[in-house]
Design a protein around this ligand. Sequence first.
Ligand code: SAH
Length: 274
Amino acid sequence: MSGVILQRLAVCCRCSCQPPPHNPCGATVFRQSGCAPLRVSVFRNMEYFWRGRTQNNRELVESLKQNGSLQTKRVADVMEQVDRGLFVPPNELPYIDNPMPIGYNATISAPHMHAACLELLSGHLQPGMSALDVGAGTGYLTAAFGMMVGKEGRAVGIEHIPELTHQAIENVQRSRAGPLLASGSLSLHTGDGREGYPAGAPYDAIHVGAAASEVPLALVDQLKPGGRMVIPVGDIFQELTVIDKAPDGSLKQWGATSVRYVPLTSRQSQLGHN
Ligand code: SAH
């Protein structure tokens, strides 16, 4: 990702939404290299709607390559293999670069955010490595992690809404990652992701799909020396934060980009029960 972010924009270059806190799509508000020059007009929005809408997973991946969101063949290949259409609820448009509601006040992240997180973690998702996906939601990234670490590796997803976990299991079963679920090298669990998933620790890669006010210590503890965590941090203003744990256990962190994610919180608070 380094060197990718060039210029902060008043609107998102991918969907013309407004930046946080009025950003309904949760997209980054930074222009990335490879993006076409921005033309903010009603005509551009119409063009996007009628001509720019990608119709299938292959077209979606192609457009992410063209706008610079996908930078490596390995990540492009996995996003091509894991069909987003199997993870997005049937009444939503799966192949446009927007987050989509999945119920329970949660969303599946926009494809360019999936791409960004996979690119950032790719070096820590080599065959045989282990990965934890906190706030697994639809299971999309858990499936992608599973495909990247392979059957000798381990991919664990943890989600605190049981109905979403069940749906995620069904989604993964239908996808190319299904055999990994059947063999046990990929698993999805219901639980509080702020505690991580100690039974599978330590992890080479940890991804958190919801924004934390502070980085949970349990997750830092479960990161392997040499490992990397990608976690959105903040409340209204959030930064996608990369935490690298050196072999001696020391930590370095840096911000990759501004983002807008749903909060990493308790089940009651997410469901509005308190
Ligand atoms: N990467 C997922 C993102 C889903 S949205 C996807 O693209 O499908 C964030 C998810 O985090 C939601 O499903 C929400 O239910 C979950 N979440 C929020 N707080 C959590 C917690 N404390 N423990 C586990 N999951 C949590």
